[in-house]
Every structure is written in C-alpha cells, then in structure tokens.
Design a protein around this ligand. Structure first.
Ligand code: ADE
Length: 249
C-alpha cells in the first residue's frame, strides 16, 4: 500500500525527472511511501494541435491557460482515484504563502493534485470552480509553477512517517517549533584553531539541551525576530528575550 499519492499536472513533465530521481524523494518513491504521477497537460490539449492556451478576452499581452484541458485532466484523475474529494492545488504567486505549517497540512493528506500554472495566467473559471487551494512559494515570480510544485512536494514528503531515518528526524528542523535550528558541529574538535563549544563535548545532556534551546532562541531573535511572536516558548523564555532586547536597546 502506497502512503501518499500526488498527481502533478504540467506542460513541462521533463522538468521533474531530475529532482524526483535522487536523494530522499527517490528513496520514498522506491519504498512505496509515496507515488508521484506526472501528467502532461498537453495530452488534454484541444484539437489536432493539442492547444492548451489562448488569447485573453478583452485584449492584453500574454496567453491564458484554457479551461477545458485542466477540467478534463482533473476529472480523469478523480475518476482514476475513485476518491470523492480530492484537493486541487494551483501553484501561483497569488496563493497563500507556503511555510512549514502548510507543508505539514499537505503531509496529512492521502492524495492531492498540483496544477502548475503558466503563461500570463489561468482562466478564472478554473480558479473558481476546479481549484480548492492556491499556494505561492514566495513573493517573486517564477517562469511557471513547476519549481514551486517541486518545493512543496519536497517539503511535504520529508515529513511523512518513515521517509527520514530516525537519525535525521524532522523534529529539530528550523521552523518545526517556530524557531530556527541551533548551530551544529562535527569533527574535528579543533579546525585551524577554531574550537567546538565546550558544552557539546561535556556529555551532559541536560546542559546541551539547554544550550541548544538558547542558541535557537538567540539565533531566531537575531535573524528572524518576526518568528518569535508565534513560536512555542515558555514564559521564562519570553522573559529572557525581553531582557535581551532591553540589553541591546
Ligand atoms: N508561479 C510563478 N511564480 C510562482 C510562485 N512564486 N509560487 C508559486 N507558483 C508560481
């Protein structure tokens, strides 16, 4: 039994061969933890020339993705899945901005469809009557939704049970707790005179955990203070942050 199914609708299926053919995503596919199907939207193109786009009504520059290929492709996938409800997610710079919480939301789904947008846009009827969610990976414009689809698949897949080994669990990740991850060191203990912090060699797990937690908080305060408001912090930790801020100011 495959854990999660993802159907990706794209005009550029070849773009996906690299990122999903290596590393952790490939391992998850090989171990049947996920099944990713790449569908060429042109297969549902109109007429002899398999047309998927057209000029915008009302004029203007650029082409617009036609509704028919998208509706028919999604219907074909739904029929194949036998499932009553399938989330249909459009990748677009107008969507809600992707983050770790949305990655976890997707990782909890059994199956979903990703539509990679292109050209100047997509017929509004697709947004209103076919798509159930719209996601952006950030406030910048890509040439299409493909790379955005790869980003969200990668972020969601690594959260699925069994995808990461226990040795590289997702629990400590930057953003997992709303904080950035603490600094990490490995051997050698001294490199070009640069020493690893003494506490990490102490073998005292409680001291190490405390140091790491403080590192996480201080690093977040310095680099991404916007994250602290929503982070999971104790009242002592909030107090420590206020003191640090007052000291700085
Ligand atoms: N398509 C073009 N730009 C995008 C973005 N920032 N996020 C998602 N899809 C996109």
């Amino acid at each position: 039994m495959v854990g999660m199914h993802i159907d990706i609708l794209t005009l550029f299926p070849n773009m996906f061969s690299g990122p999903f053919a290596d590393s952790i995503v490939k391992r998850a596919i090989d171990r049947d933890l996920i099944d990713i199907k790449i569908h060429n939207l042109r297969d549902w193109g109109q007429g002899k020339h398999k047309v998927v786009d057209d000029y915008p009504f009302g004029g203007g520059t650029g082409m617009v993705m036609k509704p028919e290929p998208l509706f028919e492709a999604v219907e074909a996938i739904k029929e194949d899945s036998g499932s009553l409800y399938l989330p249909v997610i459009l990748l677009t710079p107008q969507g809600r901005v992707f983050n770790q919480r949305i990655a976890a939301e997707l990782a909890a789904l059994e199956r979903f469809i990703l539509i990679c947008g292109h050209y100047e846009g997509i017929d509004e009827r697709v947004r209103e009557h076919l798509v159930t969610d719209e996601i952006s990976i950030g406030d910048y414009i890509l040439t299409g939704g493909e790379i955005a689809a790869m980003v969200i698949v990668d972020a969601a897949v690594r959260l699925l049970p069994g995808v990461l080994g226990s040795e590289d669990s997702a629990a400590d990740d930057s953003h997992a707790s709303g904080l950035l991850e603490y600094s990490q060191y490995t051997r050698p203990q001294a490199y070009r005179g640069l020493e690893v912090p003494e506490v990490l060699l102490s073998g005292n797990h409680a001291r190490i955990a405390k140091w790491r937690r403080e590192q996480s908080i201080m690093r977040t305060l310095k680099r991404r203070p916007d994250l602290l408001e929503k982070a999971n912090l104790s009242s002592e930790e909030r107090e420590m942050i206020s003191e640090l801020i007052t000291e700085k100011g």
